[in-house]
Design a binder for this molecule. Structure first.
Ligand SMILES: [Zn+2]
Length: 233
């Protein structure tokens, strides 16, 4: 085996020893059951690891990651993971976490072709297109950062509108969806304040979130169709 991999296995043994010393029975307890309170939906980017950033141990956060933290209603992988988290693990919080400097968002913003992922990033391009009047007047650097935030807000809406969350709320289950964005430059998470915790507040929270990004020449106007920003123009 290459030295690069041997190093990982050595690290792993040291880590497992340290965990056992810190909390005897840690692995025995986890082997029997996981009961995380949080679900993390984040980007696959290696610089944004859920547990390390939030100081959580194994067993404390249920994680789904993909390129550009996208939740699509036809993605059985994401939906199955969310369903398991909500219906079986009964997580209390689902957090969609984007990050500034996301290569997927940048490619979508600039129309860069990256291969097969173009089709996946089409969803982020759709976000850009839908909110272009709030984006196009900004300097390019800022456009990327804002699109990272807008993408999170859209995905929070997608999670909240999924059958899994709608069913959970109709059963009276307490589970909230949140949106955060992570800064690669400072290691800090920012709350985008788009928490959706019941069906009635999905549209108002979504609309209020996008109103924070003014259109050119102060041309901010009220929303038309729910979850459809540009329809209002
Ligand atoms: Zn990313």
């Amino acid at each position: 085996m290459s030295r690069e991999l041997t190093e990982l296995l050595d690290n792993n043994r040291r880590w497992a020893d340290a965990m056992r010393q810190r909390e005897p029975g840690f692995f025995t307890r986890l082997a029997q059951q996981q009961s995380p309170r949080y679900m993390w939906i984040g980007c696959a980017d290696s610089r944004v690891p859920a547990n390390e950033i939030t100081g959580l141990d194994p067993g404390e956060v249920f994680v789904h990651r993909n390129v550009a933290n996208v939740v699509v209603h036809s993605d059985l992988n994401a939906l199955s993971t969310i369903q398991f988290a909500v219906e079986h693990l009964k997580v209390k919080h689902i957090v969609v976490v984007g990050h500034y400097g996301c290569a997927g968002v940048r490619a979508a913003m600039r129309g860069i072709r990256v291969g097969l992922a173009d089709n996946w990033l089409r969803h982020v391009q759709d976000v850009r297109l839908r909110h272009r009047k709030r984006l196009d007047h900004l300097p390019p650097e800022e456009q990327e950062d804002i699109l990272c935030e807008m993408n999170v807000i859209e995905q929070v809406g997608n999670v909240a509108l999924s059958t899994v969350l709608q069913d959970a709320w109709s059963r009276g289950q307490e589970v909230a969806v949140h949106g955060w964005v992570y800064g690669l430059k400072d290691g800090l998470l920012k709350d985008l304040e788009v928490t959706m915790d019941r069906p009635e507040n999905v549209v108002p929270v979504f609309a209020a979130a996008f109103k924070r990004y003014p259109r050119v020449a102060g041309g901010d106007s009220d929303f038309g169709a729910p979850l459809d920003d540009e329809e209002a123009d």
